[in-house]
Ligand binder design. Structure first.
Ligand SMILES: [Mg+2]
Length: 225
């Protein structure tokens, strides 16, 4: 049994600025200020972390934000659903086909490790043409501020779902940023990094992921499962 944990933004799909607009509206609504949001780069961060970085200067702690995460996630999902249809949301090359192929294989478990909240992730995925229920396990950026904790949650859920022990070395984290690579390493999982996202390609190369591919159309050239 192998567990595939996909990142969403920059890996499976692009939402072309919709995420940032929805995030700003939700932060303003829930916290009453935007803080330094315009200087926060979203790539690889959990939604919890994005809010924390934006509002640190306003005196909000990680715990303050965690305490309001449910309210924030609801506001964000509402704004996301409103904003997404006005943007050119699309799946990235090879992503829809790869997920469809993996879902058909009984030896693979398809899941998510994403910085998005549990409420926003399915809205985004649906907008890009994915079926959110294809991802049978997930760990979300509303559950931990530190992305490195998320693969552990996803693995635990996959084991509970299947009733089987899954080795960390049988987990693949598929993402587009150094943060995806680091969270794979935190678990002892292998990393598949695509160059379709938000990170400097040279920085990704230097970090030496297990597999580095231009986009998901090259997945099976690099990875044997
Ligand atoms: Mg990403």
């Amino acid at each position: 049994m192998k567990l595939l944990l996909f990142d969403i933004d920059g890996t499976l799909m692009m939402s072309k600025g919709a995420g940032r607009i929805a995030t700003k509206r939700a932060i303003q609504e829930v916290f009453g200020t935007l803080g330094q949001i315009d200087s926060v780069g979203f790539g690889g961060l959990t939604d919890w972390q994005i809010v924390a970085e934006a509002l640190a200067s306003e005196g909000f702690s990680l715990e303050d934000i965690g305490a309001r995460m449910d309210v924030y996630a609801q506001a964000l999902a509402r704004h996301m659903a409103e904003v997404l249809p006005q943007h050119e949301v699309h799946a990235l090359p090879g992503a829809l086909a790869l997920v469809a192929e993996c879902v058909c294989r009984s030896d693979l478990i398809v899941g998510l490790v994403t910085g998005n909240t549990a409420l926003s992730a399915p809205i985004k995925l649906r907008a890009a043409g994915f079926n959110p229920s294809d991802f049978v396990v997930a760990a979300y950026g509303s559950e931990a501020h530190d992305r490195n904790q998320l693969p552990f949650l996803a693995l635990e859920r996959a084991e509970r779902l299947t009733g089987r022990h899954i080795l960390a070395s049988d987990v693949l984290v598929i993402g587009d940023t150094l943060a995806d690579l680091r969270c794979a390493q935190a678990l002892g999982a292998r990393s598949v990094i695509v160059l379709t996202g938000f990170e400097d390609p040279d920085a990704l190369r230097q970090a030496q992921p297990d597999f580095l591919i231009p986009d998901l159309t090259h997945f099976w050239d690099a990875v044997r499962l």
